[in-house]
Design a protein around this ligand. Structure first.
Ligand code: ZN
Length: 456
């Protein structure tokens, strides 16, 4: 039995002292006592926060970090460089890159990740024999010890009414039914691959966007997926997606989803940057989660989404690292608050406790993982933080989310198991070898860059 004793725990906006946590066989919290002394054999920790959920990641975009900032350009120019990186992925390279990215995630305090995965097939669109790309991600998560929700993504069209481009062939399936068949077969394959650690990997689902999946296919996905499977979708990241939906369907992407019955508590809408007041109301009333990706939205010049308006309307807010130009839960949460401050000219738009719950509990729920609130039954996923570093010393613990960075992570536990200790991370050395295989021209050929209608 794993037992942990924490000097201080910050959860729900409050600091608790002398907290003892005991894990059950599934790595969930079986018992919690506050105000108790440690017992022999307890792992002793200092300041502890619940584990952070990176609710939206495309891990292979990490290849572009620090390589695409020199030539200006826009989202569409960046996307053509991203496609060049996607062309190079093999199952073996994807697995090694995933080990490095998942390692960087854990080193910085993310304990769970929702990988929005669409690189399913070979570059020519033919299938791998046994879910090779998906099982590469599963194997990487098991190696690193991060909790993975694999959001296998339905991606059928290159735009509304447009076929997949040559670069997009490997993302596609023959149709919604073919995608559903593959999804169900994948679920069995994952069960076989994770029999030793059944709770660590969850199969979720995604619809890429309303431009990449036609309305009848979205309906088929909704009908064919079990009701408890989390479903994610890119929504209104770029104004061009809204214009295309208005022109084809006479309504916003959100209104289209509402009319298809897609808006529900199981749905997470990613970005929701360019939305109307009606859109905000419809998403909030349905109980869908809004996933904001502050560092990516800033990096790609998407704009600042109305996160506070969503929160005021009652929608849960979660955060994601998306293109992984930054991997740091504290910087995402600060970016969420910073956007609101820059827009409003006022401070304290999101309370520190609300930022923490966006990074922890809301993200876990959106990934189908229950809570991350250190209650009995929650996954025993937690992050130990250095409260005396040059960044954090002097901070009030309740506000430490606005002072710390991933560099202040001392140790990380997932399912009660220690998966990282500061100074022992291997992400950098793993990147050094795997990134070299993408060469100096990961940027690829820019001639394909052209205005499109949304979402990477
Ligand atoms: Zn995305």
């Amino acid at each position: 039995v794993t037992s942990l004793w924490c000097e201080r725990v910050l959860v729900g906006g409050e600091v608790r002292h002398d907290v003892r946590l005991v894990a059950d066989d599934d790595g969930r919290i079986a018992d919690r006592r506050d105000g108790v002394r440690p017992e022999p054999g307890d792992v002793r920790l200092g300041l502890v926060l619940p584990g952070f959920a990176d609710t939206h990641s495309h891990l292979f975009h990490r290849v572009l970090r620090g390589r695409t900032h020199g030539d200006g350009g826009d989202f569409w120019a960046w996307r053509s460089e991203m496609y060049a990186a996607a062309r190079r992925l093999t199952p073996e390279l994807y697995q090694r890159l995933a080990v490095a990215v998942f390692g960087e995630l854990v080193e910085n305090g993310w304990t769970a990740v929702g990988e929005f995965h669409y690189v399913h097939h070979r570059p020519d669109g033919t299938a791998y024999p046994d879910h090779d790309m998906e099982l590469a991600l599963v194997s990487a998560a098991l190696e690193v010890g991060i909790r993975l929700t694999l959001l296998d993504t339905c991606y059928l069209a290159g735009g509304i009414g447009a076929a997949l481009s040559a670069d997009q062939h490997r993302f596609g399936d023959a149709g919604a039914e073919a995608w559903l068949d593959r999804w169900h077969a994948l679920r069995s394959a994952i069960e076989r691959a994770t029999s030793d650690a059944p709770d660590l990997v969850t199969l979720g689902a995604a619809v890429h966007s309303v431009r990449a999946v036609p309305p009848d296919a979205i309906s088929a996905v909704l009908a064919g997926l079990p009701g408890d499977v989390p479903l994610h979708i890119h929504l209104s990241e770029q104004p061009a997606e809204n214009a295309a939906a208005e022109s084809a369907y006479g309504r916003t992407p959100t209104a289209l989803l509402r009319d298809l019955g897609a808006l529900s508590p199981r749905l997470s809408v990613v970005h929701a940057t360019h939305v109307t007041e009606d859109d905000i109301r419809a998403i909030a009333e349905a109980g869908a989660t809004v996933v904001i990706c502050p560092t990516t939205e800033a990096d790609l010049g998407d704009g600042i989404g109305p996160a506070l308006d969503f929160a005021a309307a009652g929608a849960p807010i979660a955060v994601g690292s998306d293109q992984n130009a930054v991997i740091d839960p504290f910087l995402e949460l600060r970016g969420l608050e910073a956007g609101e401050r820059l827009r409003s000219g006022r401070r304290g738009r999101f309370a520190p406790a609300d930022l923490l719950s966006a990074g922890t509990g809301a993200g876990y729920r959106a990934l189908g993982l229950g809570q991350s609130a250190m209650r009995v039954g929650d996954p025993l996923d937690l992050v130990e933080l250095d409260a005396a570093s040059s960044r954090t010393v002097g901070s009030r613990v309740e506000q430490i989310v606005l002072a710390a960075t991933g560099s202040d992570v001392v140790s990380v536990h997932v399912g009660g198991r220690r998966v990282h200790t500061r100074g022992s991370g291997r992400a950098a050395e793993r990147y050094a070898t795997v990134l070299a295989e993408f060469g100096d021209d990961a940027s690829g050929d820019r001639s394909g860059a052209r205005p499109g209608t949304g979402n990477a």
